[in-house]
Design a protein around this ligand. Structure first.
Ligand code: URA
Length: 429
């Protein structure tokens, strides 16, 4: 096609259908033809299904990602004079780590250009959480983003339409053709956006467990190594941590309640699991960026909280205004004395979503007040009648469906559950 001949879309679909590998030129041509609508949606649907079954080699996956990046703008952060590093989480329940880690890593002089998304389904979205802070706005134009990275260091913003636009169309198509759950398609989708944002290095937090996209550790490993290979092919130093997501991270799940918990951690307190994982991930990001620093100390001495407040102010937010109240609407009580052995992450995420913290359709409004507080977590003793989970929000009519999500989600036993690590594996360090 680069020689002026017509693009052979049917031939490309046939090659992949038969299990063959596409050449770099075929991949570049098909993405260009897709963006110009010469390669039709129904043809791309057929190709996606062929990829779903036949897979792609590492070289094809890297090329596919490159073609998606080339469909838009790749930011250039080389003029900043600071090393840049970002992290991406595949999404979990109570995963408020970005709110803590972005300012924490920026404390040490790194530029952290986090382009984040909104929640869909049972996992929350960083932008939805931050929007519970009065006045805070997610949108920044490219010039404002660069100014903020230069002055403040950390920024959390909505990904602009100019970043990997092919991914937006492909993701919508995968969603309606049952082709989302393909490792090369997931890996290229995530990495196209991360590479396009311009970061020099990247930490991937791949969540594994009932509340995660990946419930199987082998699949999570494969996703991690595929994304690392893509990062390397595009000049982004990339490493991954596989982390546990069988029970919520911390005690708060929702929007304003998660911001409040993140503020506790930024101020040197908060739940141990959130603090420890934030410090470990920040340390890994500093290592990738080639910066020395002690993130635990920056949490303890208030520097991370100061940086968070600076970030919020720079995007129109008022960190001194109280967060929206989250009235208590109901509780789930311990049915007997004992020790909590299981509090299922997926069920808690679904309960929070039912209360209004998440959306069922893109563009729907979410409730800042909605969420769940886990008063007892696995390993903690309870007595009969003690609240284990609090249901919070501003719509009493949603409580019964939220409560129903938690049926069967809590086990109380006589012995503590076996201790399980938060960090299951590190890849690519
Ligand atoms: N997140 C993405 O951005 N893309 C996927 O394919 C899956 C999760």
């Amino acid at each position: 096609m680069s020689d002026g001949t017509r693009f052979d879309g049917v031939g490309v679909i046939r090659t992949k259908r038969e299990g063959g590998a596409l050449t770099p030129e075929q991949i570049r041509d098909l993405m260009r033809a897709y963006m110009s609508r010469e390669f039709a949606e129904e043809q791309m649907s057929a190709l996606l299904m062929a990829i779903f079954w036949r897979g792609m080699t590492s070289a094809e996956t890297a090329e596919w990602t490159g073609a998606m990046i080339a469909s838009g703008r790749r930011a250039d952060l080389s003029g900043l004079g600071r090393p840049s590093v970002d992290k991406h989480s595949t999404g979990g329940v109570g995963d408020k780590l970005s709110l803590i880690i972005v300012p924490l890593v920026a404390v040490f002089g790194a530029a952290v250009p986090q382009m984040s998304g909104r929640g869909l389904g049972h996992t929350g979205g960083t932008l939805d959480k931050l929007e519970s802070i009065p006045g805070w706005r997610p949108d920044l134009d490219p010039a404002a983003l660069l100014r903020m990275l230069d002055k403040v260091g950390g920024v959390i913003t909505a990904a602009g339409d100019e970043m990997a636009p092919a991914d937006r169309r492909l993701y919508a198509l995968r969603d309606i053709t049952a082709t989302v759950e393909s490792i090369p398609l997931i890996a290229s989708s995530i990495m196209s956006k991360k590479v396009a944002e311009g970061t020099q290095s990247l930490l991937l937090d791949i969540k594994v467990g009932s509340g995660a996209f990946m419930t199987d550790i082998e699949q999570a490993r494969l996703l991690g190594s595929t994304m690392i290979e893509i990062g390397q092919a595009h000049g982004v130093r990339t490493a991954a941590m596989l982390t546990a997501m069988d029970t919520p991270l911390g005690r708060a799940v929702g929007n304003a309640v998660e911001v409040a918990e993140a503020l506790d951690v930024l101020g040197g307190g908060g739940p141990d699991d959130v603090r420890d994982l934030s410090a470990a991930e920040a340390e890994a990001m500093l290592q990738l960026a080639g910066i020395d620093g002690d993130p635990g100390q920056a949490l303890a001495d208030g520097r991370a909280l100061d940086k968070f407040r600076e970030m919020i102010r720079a995007q129109g937010g008022d960190p001194d205004q109280p967060l929206p109240d989250s009235p208590l609407l109901g509780v789930v009580l311990a049915p007997r004395d004992g020790i909590v052995c299981r509090l299922d992450a997926y069920a808690v995420g679904m309960a929070s979503w039912r209360l209004g913290a998440g959306r069922s359709r893109p563009g729907e409004a979410v409730s800042a007040a909605a969420g769940v507080i886990c008063r007892a977590k696995p390993g903690e003793p309870v007595v009969k009648g003690q609240p284990i989970v609090e249901l919070r929000g501003d719509d009493r009519g949603r409580v019964d469906t939220a409560r129903a999500e938690l049926a069967g989600a809590i086990d109380i036993g006589d012995e503590p559950p076996p201790a399980s690590p938060l960090i299951l594996q590190r890849i690519g360090f």
